[in-house]
Design a protein. Structure first.
Length: 257
């Protein structure tokens, strides 16, 4: 039953993509835009196969995914405790909120000249840009979520005789877990969006580097391949993370049912 219901959703989920491809062909056929500026979907598909078989596209995907995952993991590891402190303690939030929002509003691409000066042009510089994007987006989500947690649960736990360690392990961690997972999802999306900017820093391989090199030689089909790959990989990672979140937070559905 469950498998049949899942398969029944697949065609419905494909409809928007079919619509996008149809619109893509319609724009080319309309004559409103020079067809040399819009490669057809089948041309992009052919270029994808060519890059996959002969140009090391799979390695570019691996390099970019590794950079994104490392930036997200390091950024969230730093963002979770900072966001928790800001959300749980009003005085800390009042003190740090303007500064956090100031840096969050700065686009990572604007920091590239300074990153090159301080960190060079090697892998560390790219990681710094991705860490920056993941950290500040994660901090905002964490402290906004934690600040809305009611302390009633903690008071009840203390009334029932729980010590501080038990309160942290059995009350605070379960209450903050949804916000940690949400921060992870948001940071993942922001970091993928920042990937091309990070790979502007003398990157030889990676999807962002591939897009930059293709733009130099006006290879529009390669640019489309790179953009679509970034979107597809980010979508797959988000779907996996949503599935993990659903499994970890199944207790929420049981308690609210």
């Amino acid at each position: 039953m469950g498998t049949g219901k899942y398969l029944g959703r697949v065609p419905l989920g494909l409809l928007p993509w079919i619509g996008v491809v149809a619109l893509w062909y319609a724009i080319r056929a309309s004559g409103l835009i020079n067809v040399s500026l819009i490669p057809a979907p089948h041309q992009v598909a052919a270029k994808f196969v060519e890059l996959l078989l002969h140009e090391g596209l799979l390695f570019d995907v691996y390099v970019s995914a590794r950079r994104v995952l490392l930036g997200v993991v390091l950024g969230i590891l730093a963002a979770v405790p900072v966001g928790f402190l800001l959300g749980w303690y009003r005085s800390a939030r009042t003190l740090a909120d303007p500064m956090i929002n100031f840096f969050r509003a700065l686009p990572p691409i604007a920091l590239i000249p300074l990153v090159i000066v301080y960190f060079g042009v090697d892998e560390l510089a790219k990681l710094v840009i991705l860490f920056y994007a993941a950290f500040f987006s994660g901090v905002i989500v964490m402290y906004e979520g934690v600040s809305q947690i009611t302390p009633l649960y903690i008071r009840v736990a203390r009334t029932l005789g729980a010590d501080e360690f038990e309160i942290f392990r059995k009350v605070i961690i379960p209450l903050t877990l949804p916000h940690i997972l949400t921060a992870l999802r948001v940071a993942l999306g922001v970091t993928w969006a920042t990937l091309v900017a990070s790979e502007l820093i003398a990157a030889q391989r990676g999807l962002g580097a591939m897009i930059q090199n293709a733009s130099t030689y006006f290879l529009l089909d390669s640019i489309y391949v790179g953009i679509i790959c970034i979107g597809c990989i980010a979508l797959i990672m988000d779907m996996v993370l949503r599935r993990i979140s659903a499994n970890l937070l199944a207790w929420q559905e049981r308690t609210t049912a």
